[in-house]
Design a protein around this ligand. Structure first.
Ligand code: PBG
Length: 332
């Protein structure tokens, strides 16, 4: 599209910016709490809210406090909460069996939230890293992160999350063939309305550092995730991954990280027109929160600006640790 316009002074583009009234009239995008999925970290215990050093303002919450947080978030207009368990190191094993334990932290939190706030969407994370003694998203055999055996485990994890009441399954593992396997299993087990939001274009990123602290995976991880997560240099490959996941039954797709990858969001939305989400990841959060803590950035301004940019780049919504803070501001 090339906008048609007369030469200066017939066209003075500043006319359209003269007052808040005209700016609001011509504004192309909007931001509201309904655009947010709120990722939260869940831990064991009761009444526990444990700060995460590398994510100022974010806490690991015990299930009872996650339920309270979910109630508050839903009242602010946030439609979806996304659970990430901080698993006790003693439960991490080579076979990752805790991942499909019906009584694991994620499943207990899902049931508790659905009981207290039934209309709020609960999204869960499918990947083995919170449960894996090796810190990887898949099984490790002779130094290789193996695909097909991992997918079988991811299917068990998916079904246990659906059984617990998860509305949206979020596979973040980047194995090949997982979406088809998960969708087939969900259909044959009667979970026909469970949504899949595929982490379709997930890059091997340094911006995940604080998250790995938050879920206690930093110490466990041996090596890197470059054989399954994407090369930050690639863009066409992201389109192939997104197309593949849509063809296998993903309802929604995600680009991750967010702000350094807005070009991928735009391409994905233009090419497929599917519900498209970006994950403003832990490192992006910490850059803003940390700089604001030092007085180097205006926290609220930068937070809202960063979130609006996702809408402008074609995203339908964004996973953001800022969700409740931003929602409070937007609600006035
Ligand atoms: C792992 C997973 C990661 C994140 C979500 N799920 C980290 C990783 O791939 O190592 C990162 C989220 C964030 O940084 O906020 N399955």
């Amino acid at each position: 599209m090339r906008p048609t316009q007369a030469p200066f002074p017939a066209t003075r583009l500043r006319r359209l910016r003269k007052s808040e009234a005209i700016r609001s009239l011509v504004r192309e995008n909007s931001l509201s709490p309904a655009d947010f999925i709120w990722p939260v970290f869940v831990r064991d215990g009761e009444g526990v809210s444990e700060p995460i050093a590398s994510m100022p303002g974010v806490h690991r919450l015990s299930v009872d406090l996650v339920v309270k947080a979910a109630q508050e978030a839903f009242a602010l207009g946030i439609p979806c909460i996304c659970l990430f368990p901080y698993t006790d190191p003693s439960l991490k094993t080579e076979d990752c069996a805790e991942a499909w334990n019906p009584e694991n932290l994620s499943n207990r939190a899902t049931r508790a939230i659905k009981a207290a706030v039934p209309d709020m969407l609960v999204m869960t994370d499918v990947a083995l890293d919170p449960y894996n003694i090796n810190g990887h998203d898949g099984f490790v055999e002779n130094g290789e992160i193996v695909n097909d055996r991992t997918v079988e485990a991811l299917v068990k994890q998916t079904l246990s999350q659906a059984e617990a009441g998860a509305d949206i399954i979020g596979p973040s593992d980047m194995m090949d063939g997982r979406i088809a396997a998960m969708r087939t299993a969900l259909e044959s087990d009667g979970h026909t309305n469970v949504l899949i939001l595929s982490y379709a274009a997930k890059y091997a990123s340094g911006f995940y550092g604080p998250f790995r602290d938050a879920v206690g995976a930093s110490g466990a991880l041996k090596g890197d995730k470059k054989t399954y997560q994407m090369d930050p240099a690639n863009s066409d490959e992201a389109m192939r991954l997104i197309e593949r996941d849509l063809m296998q039954g993903a309802d929604m797709v995600m680009v991750k990280p967010g702000m350094p990858y807005l070009d991928i969001c735009r391409r994905a939305k233009d090419m497929f027109g599917a519900p498209t989400y970006a994950y403003q990841v832990s490192g992006e959060y910490s850059m803003i929160a940390g700089a604001a803590d030092r007085g180097w950035l205006d926290h609220d301004k930068v937070m809202l600006e960063s979130l609006m940019c996702f809408k402008r780049s074609g995203c339908d919504g964004v996973l953001t640790y800022f969700a409740p803070q931003a929602a409070r501001l937007l609600n006035g």
